[in-house]
Design a binder for this molecule. Structure first.
Ligand code: SF4
Ligand code: SF4
Length: 290
């Protein structure tokens, strides 16, 4: 079983359109949406949820008002201003502000505070017309996207093993933060989707360095390449210099928007140069994993 993670230096590069098209083109696969802060793979793959689970992102302090003596120690020690005092000496904890550090629980002289699991989202196993999909949703104020990404990838591996699937296609988080590191660690192959703009090149250098640091075989394709052919050529040259495998250029085509409106992948919706180019990128990416 192989795991392919598709990432980009920033959001909005067309990464998810490419992931969705790969979902339509690949065989014996499942998809994972690890772009948990801006999940949108479901808009194209229109999943039907078959299993729904709570996501425990960490701990949250719970104050037992019956035992609390109103001494105020917890409020003094909380660095996140999560302890509030209502009228008189009635203390409460604002769960949204609580970072779950546990200092208040350790400091309370009468053990009136306990640390409980914090439900900070949900994750799902769903069915799509292109195979199973694993995805998640963080709740309001839900953090720990890196932890959710790790959980989704682990669940995907277990499901792929159970169902005898050969490939996991991961829509990775953009950028270089904790969530993208959680998306690529231990993957078999990374594909970077780049756009030929000056800022995109800067982001791209950071993300490709990240993949290199993790020693993961890395390929790159350029989306909307003809919006700046000179920068596209520069990106291609940088790939050759840095050992990144260049797997193709995808043209700009308004059919991408048409496909999104119809909730279809580009390769299902469009004809001609665009789906041909995506098909070529898929073929070379698959070969890179062999
Ligand atoms: S430290 Fe304990 S007893 Fe004191 S106000 Fe906080 S919860 Fe109540
Ligand atoms: S667990 Fe930490 S952040 Fe939460 S209320 Fe207690 S001291 Fe504040």
């Amino acid at each position: 079983m192989k795991e392919l993670v598709i990432i980009s230096g920033k959001g909005g590069t067309g990464k998810t359109s490419i992931v969705a098209s790969f979902a339509a083109l690949a065989k014996q696969k499942l998809m994972v949406d690890c772009d948990v802060d801006a999940a949108d793979l479901h808009l194209v793959l229109t999943p039907t949820v078959e299993k729904r689970e709570e996501f425990i992102g960490g701990k949250v302090a719970q104050l037992d008002g019956e035992n609390c003596t109103g001494c105020g120690v917890c409020m003094e020690v909380c660095r996140f201003d999560a302890v509030e005092v209502k009228q008189g000496d009635v203390y409460t904890i604002d769960e949204i502000s609580c970072e779950g550090c546990g200092v208040c629980a350790l400091s309370c002289p009468v053990e009136a505070i306990s640390m409980e699991d914090a439900v900070s989202g949900e994750w799902f196993i769903s069915a799509t017309r292109h195979g199973p999909m694993i995805h998640g949703k963080l709740g309001v104020g839900g953090e720990n996207s890196g932890k959710m990404v790790a959980l989704l990838r682990e669940q995907a591996k277990q499901l792929a093993e159970r169902e005898g699937l050969e490939l996991i296609i991961v829509d990775g988080s953009p950028g270089i933060g904790c969530a993208v590191i959680a998306s690529i660690t231990g993957a078999d192959q990374v594909l970077i989707v780049a756009e030929p703009t000056v800022t995109a090149i800067h982001d791209l250098r950071r993300v490709s360095e990240l993949a290199r640091n993790f020693k993961i075989p890395t390929a790159l394709c350029i989306n909307k390449w003809e919006i700046n052919p000179d920068l596209s050529a520069q990106i291609e040259a940088e790939c050759a210099e840095t050992g990144i495998q260049f797997v193709g250029k995808i043209p700009y085509d308004p059919a991408v928007v048409g496909a999104q409106l119809e909730a279809l992948t580009v390769v299902e919706f469009a004809q001609g140069a665009l789906p041909d180019a995506i098909g070529e990128v898929w073929k070379k990416t698959r070969q890179a994993m062999e």
